[in-house]
Design a binder for this molecule. Structure first.
Ligand code: MV4
Length: 591
């Protein structure tokens, strides 16, 4: 056994902290947890050999407080720090603060973090290294006229992205010249509010791409290898929901091609540790560098399943100066792995986070099933953090077997007390788009899938005497020592009612009536601007108003040609999910 570390502090919480502790334990290294006030009772705290309180009421005050973490690391006697994933993992100042204290940073060089954090600098470096980037600018654009000129040159559609961004924040698609000014200002405002940096750059917009990323590993001896790709095309508002490897769209030849692109990209930024090259795979098979994630990712698990490697172990070995444990020619990809993110979210309310206490919890098990989680029955899913309850990962001989295994595991998973994505994943994995390995763009957001998801949660309905719907629940009871299963009828959960009404409405389809004329806000937020007035004639697709929600600007558009009636919002006002913004009436309706 090489001389590694004696004690490592993990500057993170939840499932990833526990994931790192497990590898540390196997390597014979002591683990140190940190926790905020909100996390005193969390599982990751007792899963470590030692734990340090870092105080704080909010996420920003606890986990993002570099100073407190460095002090905790020093006091604990740690000789290295692992950041997990999340914002601190890609914070060069944190990496430097750890190294300044004489401890080892289990991650990439701070310079690589910094370079890849600046999207235009990263694009420039990649272009110089011969790595293909999406055609567009490699410098921030000066103004809307510059974008319009680029539109003349490259053609539309274009996409405007935040220069300090990543993960889809501050992105705006521009389909024609007359949309440039508005999109530019909106992207700049979003960049400013998210990253305190209003600079943006422009790329050609690729239609129906796949999000295909390549896992790389690099050590300090000049070895850089790739571990194949992960397909993360199934996302909602840039939140990944399902990840799998291999990609249904990548064959051996393409894998070798994008693998060598990823290795070149990692070399070009002087990389060390585990990292991910995120790219876009166009329908014509061309592959472009998009950005690099300089951390271990949520979905690293699927790569571990098909390679049999422990990526956290490789990170620790590399940080200790050891060479990678595997050479490129020894990497074997076996079978197929899929990960579903089991979030506490309500599909029937547009994936609204559904924090609360988990009252009942039982994980699936059996062949080829892995659950990475940081909760137990009784855990509170706090509104402060990401609402992920668990990652469910399956591995099997090929994609179709893995898909069926995932459906079996989803069925076994029991989570009570909070609304989760379990039903959504069951509906999605049974959908023909997933079975075919298609991009599923638009399917994830569809009402149909939300309705099917609700079906899995409440599978049998009975109508009560007062007209309210009742659901059947099987409860075990003991009478005189003998066990019986009794069927109890309970009122349906309020959200299930909502989901069913939506389903009935969408099933009503073309002959839906007046409700279909209404334009409703799909999210809670603040009206930034109203672009039309009562009585205006509008075309389908025309912007009616802009709603800001969670610092993202969302354009609400007319769903058809018509006249704006009953406009009920003004700039600066709050709107609720489902609130009617206006009605787009057809002239024949008589206004
Ligand atoms: C794009 C794109 C099309 N063209 N860039 C960036 C962040 C990531 N979450 C999605 N991003 C995209 N960048 C160009 N030049 C389309 C997307 C995109 C996407 C890509 C693959 C799979 C699913 C997607 C969902 C939304 C947006």
């Amino acid at each position: 056994m090489p001389n590694l570390f004696s004690r490592v502090l993990v500057a993170n919480r939840g499932e990833i902290a526990i994931r790192v502790f497990r590898t540390l334990r196997e390597l014979g290294i002591d683990s140190v947890a940190v926790y905020s006030d909100a996390d005193r009772g969390s599982r990751h705290v007792t899963a470590a050999d030692e734990a340090f309180a870092v105080g704080g009421e909010t996420a920003a005050e606890s986990y993002l407080a570099i100073e407190k973490l460095v002090v905790a690391a020093r006091e604990s006697g740690a000789d290295a720090v692992h950041p997990g994933y999340g914002f601190l993992a890609e914070n060069a100042a944190f990496a430097r603060a750890v190294e300044r204290e004489g401890m080892t940073w289990i991650g990439p060089p701070p310079e690589a973090i910094e370079l890849m954090g600046q999207k235009t600098a990263a694009r420039t470096r990649m272009q110089e290294a011969g790595v293909p980037i999406v055609p567009g600018t490699t410098d921030p654009v000066g103004g809307a006229d510059e974008i319009a000129a680029l539109g003349e040159e490259l053609g539309y559609p274009l996409i405007i992205k935040a220069a300090a961004g990543g993960g889809g924040k501050g992105m705006k698609v521009v389909r024609a010249a007359d949309e440039v000014a508005r999109a530019f200002e909106s992207a700049a405002r979003e960049g400013h509010s998210y990253f305190a940096d209003p600079r943006v750059y422009v790329e050609r917009y690729l239609e129906d791409p796949r999000h295909v990323e390549v896992q790389v590993l690099a050590d300090s001896h000049g070895n850089v290898i790739h571990l194949g790709e992960r397909d993360c095309t199934i996302q909602r508002r840039h939140q990944k929901l399902v990840e799998e490897t291999p990609s249904p769209a990548v064959d051996e030849e393409l894998r070798a091609h994008i693998g060598s692109i990823a290795v070149e990209a990692a070399r070009a930024c002087g990389y060390r540790s585990a990292g991910t090259i995120e790219g876009l795979l166009a329908p014509d098979g061309s592959y472009y560098f998009m950005e690099m994630n300089t951390r271990i990712q949520v979905e690293h698990t699927v790569t571990e399943e098909v390679t049999g490697l422990d990526l956290v172990r490789e990170q620790i070995l590399v940080a200790a100066g050891e060479p990678l444990s595997v050479r490129q020619e020894d990497v074997r990809l076996r079978g197929h792995a899929i990960e579903c993110r089991i979030n506490a979210e309500d599909v029937s309310r547009g994936f609204l986070p559904a924090p609360g206490r988990i009252t009942h919890y039982r994980e699936p098990a059996g062949p080829g099933v892995r659950v990475d989680s940081g909760v137990v029955a009784g855990s509170e899913i706090s509104g402060l953090y990401d609402p992920m309850i668990a990652k469910l990962i399956v591995h099997d001989v090929d994609r179709e077997h893995a898909r069926r295994r995932m459906l079996r595991a989803l069925e076994e998973f029991e989570i009570g007390g909070v609304t989760t994505l379990l039903g959504f994943h069951r509906a999605l994995l049974e959908h023909p788009c997933f079975v075919e390995g298609a991009t599923c763009h638009g399917i994830v957001e569809s009402e149909l899938l939300a309705a099917r998801a609700a079906d899995f949660v409440t599978d049998s309905y009975l109508v009560g005497t007062d007209g309210t719907r009742l659901v059947e629940q099987l409860l075990p009871v003991e009478v005189g020592g003998r066990r019986y299963d009794v069927t109890v009828l309970r009122p349906e959960a309020p959200w299930a009612e909502l989901a069913r009404r939506r389903r009935e409405r969408s099933a009503a389809g073309a002959h839906g009536g007046a409700a279909r004329d209404a334009v409703v806000s799909p999210m809670q937020g603040t009206v930034l601007s109203v672009e039309v007035a009562d009585g205006d004639e509008v075309r389908g697709g025309q912007v009616l108003c802009v709603v800001e929600a969670m610092k993202m600007e969302n354009e609400l558009t007319a769903h058809r040609d018509g006249i704006v009636r009953e406009l009920s919002v003004r700039a600066g006002e709050p709107v609720q999910t489902g609130q009617v913004i206006c009605v787009v009436a057809q002239e024949a309706d008589g206004g």
